[in-house]
Design a protein around this ligand. Structure first.
Ligand code: ITT
Length: 207
């Protein structure tokens, strides 16, 4: 087993959709979690070139600021016909107003311009989860889920969920309640749930 996670744990995200999912994933393990918002933590600049680097920047900044172990997610949608864009820039494509309708329309527009048919609109989500401790120790776990992009459907979830239909499913993440997106009743489904399952196996015990 890697280093076990103990309470309290800081969830180093300012994204309310992610925060809800990270709390849901942690819930069965009895870990007391405090959010970056509750603790008034600033958002560090994401200067990394990979999901893993950016997750480490966020977790490390929160651990150093609070003296507590901190848990961060860096994630994004990689569109295969766009050479992996928006990728680590997924949040930035929505701009400062967090306009994900605009970001989803931009993806559709770029695919239309390249003449990519609906059948060829392959994409995957990535989640890199890092837990950082104040003494500098870090653990990294990654998860991916593959699927295809469709016109937006559903208003559940957050971000790019309405346009992503995971392989083997006929609904988008935007049409799935979060338990179904996590896949908690079965095998993990979402990128975040898959990364979290690896983390839980190494660093958590059921409470
Ligand atoms: P923090 O850095 O504070 O955690 P953020 O929103 O800036 O929040 P990221 O830099 O990791 O987070 O950006 C990831 C973006 O990718 C996020 O804003 C979503 O738009 C998108 N994304 C990640 N996971 C997603 C999911 O499960 N469903 C839909 N969109 C997702």
């Amino acid at each position: 087993m890697s280093r076990p996670i103990t309470s309290p744990l800081v969830i180093a995200t300012h994204n309310p959709g992610k925060l809800r999912e990270m709390r849901e994933l942690l819930a069965p393990f009895g870990i007391e979690a405090r959010s970056a918002g509750e603790l008034g933590l600033p958002e560090p600049e994401e200067t990394g070139t990979t999901f893993a680097e950016n997750a480490a920047i966020k977790a490390r900044a929160a651990a150093e600021a609070t003296g507590l172990p901190a848990f961060a997610d860096d994630s994004g949608l990689c569109v295969h016909a766009l050479d992996g864009a928006p990728g680590i820039f997924s949040a930035r494509w929505a701009g400062p107003t967090k306009n994900f309708s605009g970001a989803m329309a931009r993806i559709a527009g770029e695919l239309d311009r390249r003449g990519i048919t609906e059948a060829d609109r392959r994409a995957h989500f990535v989640s890199a989860l890092v837990v950082a401790w104040p003494d500098g120790h870090e653990e990294l776990f990654e998860g991916r889920v593959f699927g295809r992009l469709v016109p937006p459907r559903g208003s559940l979830g957050f971000g790019y969920d309405p346009i992503f239909q995971p392989d083997g499913h006929d609904r988008t993440f935007g049409e799935m309640p979060s338990e179904e997106k996590h896949g908690l009743t079965d095998t993990p489904l979402s990128h975040r749930a898959r990364a979290f399952a690896a983390l839980a196996a190494q660093c958590l015990r059921r409470g």
